[in-house]
Structures are given as C-alpha cells and as structure tokens.
Design a protein around this ligand. Structure first.
Ligand code: ATP
Length: 269
C-alpha cells in the first residue's frame, strides 16, 4: 500500500474570472484550456499542444491560482502537489510518488498535474552537497522519465511553478518537457486595482472606499498581499460593527499587512 495520498485531487471551481490583471498569461493558457476541453479535436488536426508549462514568478503572484483556473475553465481533474513533499521522508519514496501521481492523473484524464516549487526537486543535478541528494536526483529522474513517457492519447497537462527558474536543471526545459514558460510579474497599479476588485466583490463597500486609490498606494504588493489586505479591512470593519468596509479600514489594514511583511523579512534574513 502506498499509504496516504499526498497530492490533492479536486475539481476546481476557480475560473479566469477569479484571476485579475494577468491578461497575457490567460491568453497564453487559453490554448491549453481549449485542448483539455476537446483533446480529440486537436489530435485530429495533428496540432501539437505543449505537454508541460512552467509558471515563473515571485511568491504570491497567482501561479497556483492560474493553474487552478485552467483546470476550472476546462472542467478537468486537478492534481496538485508541492515538489518538496515528494522527498520529505524516506529514501526511494520520491520516485514512487511521482509514478503514482502520474498514473492516477492518467486514469482521470483529461487532467492537470500541478507541481508547485518545482525547484525543490528540479535544481541542477550534481550540485548538491550530498545527503538527501541521491533521493532528490532519483525523484527528478523519475519526473523527467514520466514527462517523456506520455503517449499522445494520454491527455494530461503538467503545469509547474517556480520563482527560481535560474537554478532548474536544463533537462527539465527540453522540448517535450517544460518547454513552455509563462511569466507572472508583480502587478502594476491597474492590476492591483483589478485584484482588489476580485477580493472585495462580496464585501459591502462604503462610498469612500476607492479601490483605485488603494491600488496606487500599494506598490510592491502581490496578489496574495492584496487579498490579505482586503480580508483584514473586512475584519476590522466587522470588529467595529460597521455595516460597510470603508477607506479607514483599508488604511489600517495596509499598515498591518506591511508590518506583517516586515516581520517576515526580519525572520527570513
Ligand atoms: P507561491 O509561489 O507562494 O506558491 P503563487 O504565485 O502560487 O505563490 P497563489 O498561491 O496563486 O500564488 O496566490 C495566493 C492567493 O493570492 C491566491 O489564492 C489569490 O487569492 C491571491 N492572488 C494572487 N494573485 C492574484 C491575481 N492575479 N488575481 C486575484 N487573486 C490573486
């Protein structure tokens, strides 16, 4: 028995509507959505759809969200795992987990496999300092061989994410593997406004709550920070028994989010 399944299988209810400010990214991924919706059509015409897509961008910029949205738009099963989970415990387990994950996804095809933190297994081989290194290399080798081993009728797209594309083993990026890269940048103010709109859409906003002003005043914040900001603002409003979320709540929330971010910086230094 392989024990508990680590990866998460789910139907995704996230769609492109939930992804704000990444129009080019969505545009690039539309082809994959269309393929997954109707793989037979693509097969008939003989078009070659990328097997692997690498999402590149800083933390919190929506890589996981986008992968989920592709699954949601296409209405296919979504299997996600963080690459660090492949190699946590026992020697030899990583490779068999990779095999297990790919086999399961194939059974549910059309489907998407999403591997977060690809760099955890995907760093260049032969540069580690021993210890767990063999385990990692075995896991990486298994991943490479799974990517090569697909038959054309196996309708599985493998998406992965990293914020360190520079450390990846180049073998991962060869044709037929993660040969398509999609870059997610930090949002500009227009994108930040759109992200705030998404995360406040179910909130009663006061007349004075101007999302554009907030967006302009939050340079450097990523999608995850802005989601956090909107939630904090709503919590502050609720705590004051306010009926609506007002500008003052966003302002206080911003201080909190920034303080939280500072604390994180200090801790990771
Ligand atoms: P990490 O590298 O830390 O895994 P990530 O790039 O995968 O980060 P997500 O986990 O997708 O980031 O983002 C975290 C949350 O932030 C999302 O669930 C979403 O609620 C919000 N978010 C991020 N980017 C966007 C966006 N462009 N539009 C709307 N919400 C966003």
């Amino acid at each position: 028995k392989s024990g508990a399944r680590l990866y998460l299988q789910q139907r995704s209810h996230v769609t492109f509507k939930d992804v704000a400010g990444l129009d080019e990214v969505k545009e690039e991924l539309l082809e994959i959505v269309e393929y997954l919706r109707n793989p037979k059509k693509f097969a008939k015409i003989g078009g070659k759809v990328p097997r692997g897509v690498l999402l590149v961008g800083p933390p919190g910029t929506g890589k996981t969200l986008v992968a989920r949205a592709v699954a949601g738009e296409a209405g296919v099963a979504f299997f996600s795992i963080s690459a660090s989970q492949f190699i946590e415990m026992f020697v030899g387990v990583g490779a068999s987990r990779v095999r297990d994950l790919f086999n399961t996804a194939k059974k549910s095809a059309p489907s998407i496999i999403f591997i977060d933190e690809l760099d955890a297994v995907g760093r260049s081989r032969g540069t580690g300092l021993g210890g767990g290194n063999d385990e990692r290399e075995q896991t990486l080798n298994q991943l490479l061989s799974e990517m090569d081993g697909f038959e054309s009728h196996e309708e599985v797209i493998v998406m992965s994410a990293t914020n360190r594309p520079d450390v990846l083993d180049t073998a991962l990026l060869r044709p037929g593997r993660f040969d398509r890269q999609v870059v997610l940048g930090r949002p500009d103010w227009r994108a930040r406004e759109a992200i705030l709109e998404v995360h406040t859409r179910r909130m009663p906003l006061a007349e004075d709550a101007d999302l554009r002003v907030i967006a302009r005043a939050t340079p450097g914040m990523c999608g995850a920070d802005l989601e956090n900001l909107a939630n904090e603002a709503a919590l502050l409003a609720a705590r004051e028994d306010a009926e609506q979320v007002a500008m003052i709540h966003f302002e206080k929330a911003k201080d909190r989010v920034l303080l939280g971010a500072e604390r994180k910086l200090v801790l990771t230094d």
